[in-house]
Write a protein that binds this ligand. Structure first.
Ligand code: PEP
Ligand code: MN
Length: 340
């Protein structure tokens, strides 16, 4: 539930409400706005008397959140959450692009791609050091060596880096190297992993599970928020359907829908969402028109030789075109509505 304090409520009044809730076993999150303080309380609603709470000094309103996700909901926080990663702001109406190869294959390959996408307008670098492969015989990633290469690419380009972490025990190491931690689609419901990344003061990119409903996805976000980390970005990356021409079906309706249900930024991954290079730019532009807060794409200097996901990887020049087209669509939208 959300407790809205009156304008000018004193710190002692806020504290009294907070104490009562904590005593009843609630987890309380304070949000101090310019005009008023809001308390988000997550716990068993039957353990507190709604009317008594409403009558406490300084309380303006008590609102129950009926949805199963609480802290992720718009009721809990009406303003968009902004997540800052380097110079990229996710959630402010801009569309930062994150780009890089599926996997870090070696120093030369990654740095070359990193420089190429940086020159063409990427605001963050992606690359897999730990790869969740369907086959145990496929390339599994370079591990810590890959993280070191990424860190070097950050030094060279000045761009922040994002990579996937696959298990709890690797979180401290990955968090030390990267600027944003990615939770992959296959791990979206690895609840212990979600709780672990929730303990870090580092942005998290949470991909939608391969067969996850929007509610399941937001409940996964709830785990991270409830563990104390509010720097969270959601990523739509396509879901499994009966269609086989595309690798997944990119659910663009999830963008405006999730943004209406939640204050969290929503970005899109049209590379894994389609599996096809030729579909990446059109789907990206559609995602911008749908109000996405960023795009993450795979780019390889030689897709034919890529160790993974070559067919869906753009070459740097295609990425450069995408950057310009994204700006054009954004301008078209802003020009008409004057709003984000
Ligand atoms: C990735 O981004 O490298 C990746 C494996 O994506 P997903 O988890 O969406 O399949
Ligand atoms: Mn990939």
């Amino acid at each position: 539930m959300v407790i809205v304090m009156k304008k000018g409520a004193t710190p002692a009044q806020v504290e009294a409400v907070q104490e009562r809730l904590v005593a009843r076993g609630f987890n309380v999150h304070l949000s101090e706005g310019i005009n008023r303080t809001i308390l988000g309380a997550v716990g068993d609603r039957t353990r507190v008397d709604h009317t008594a709470l409403q009558a406490m000094p300084g309380v303006e309103n008590v609102v129950a959140i009926m949805k199963p996700f609480k802290m992720a909901s718009r009721e809990f926080k009406t303003d968009n959450t902004l997540v800052q990663v380097g110079r990229a702001t996710f959630g402010d109406g801009s569309v930062p692009l994150i780009a890089g190869p599926c996997a870090i294959e070696g120093r030369e390959q990654f740095i070359e791609t990193a420089v190429a996408v940086a020159e063409r307008g990427a605001l963050a670098l992606r690359g897999g050091a730990f790869k969740p492969r369907t086959s145990p015989y496929s390339f599994q990633g370079l591990g810590e060596e890959g993280l070191k290469i990424m860190a070097e690419a950050r030094d060279i380009t000045g761009l922040p880096i994002v990579t996937e972490v696959m298990d709890q025990k690797s979180v401290p190491m990955v968090a030390e190297y990267v600027d944003m931690i990615q939770i992959g689609a296959r791990n979206m419901q690895n609840f212990y992993l979600l709780k672990e990344v929730g303990k870090y003061n580092k942005p998290v990119l949470l991909k939608r599970g391969l067969s996850a409903t929007i509610e399941e996805w937001l409940m996964a976000a709830e785990y991270i928020l409830d563990s104390g980390n509010s720097q969270l970005i959601l990523c739509e990356r396509g879901i499994r359907t009966f269609e086989t021409y595309t690798r997944n079906t990119l659910d663009l309706s999830a963008i405006p829908l999730v943004k209406s249900l939640s204050h969290l930024p929503v970005i899109v991954d049209p590379s894994h969402g389609t599996g096809k290079r030729d579909l990446v730019n059109p789907m990206s532009l559609a995602a911008v028109a749908c109000g996405c807060d960023g795009i993450i794409v795979e780019v390889h200097t030689n897709p034919a030789e890529a160790w993974s996901d070559g067919p869906q990887s753009l070459i740097p020049d295609e990425f450069g075109v995408l950057v310009r087209q994204v700006q054009a669509v954004l301008q078209a939208i802003h020009g008409i509505s004057g709003a984000n």
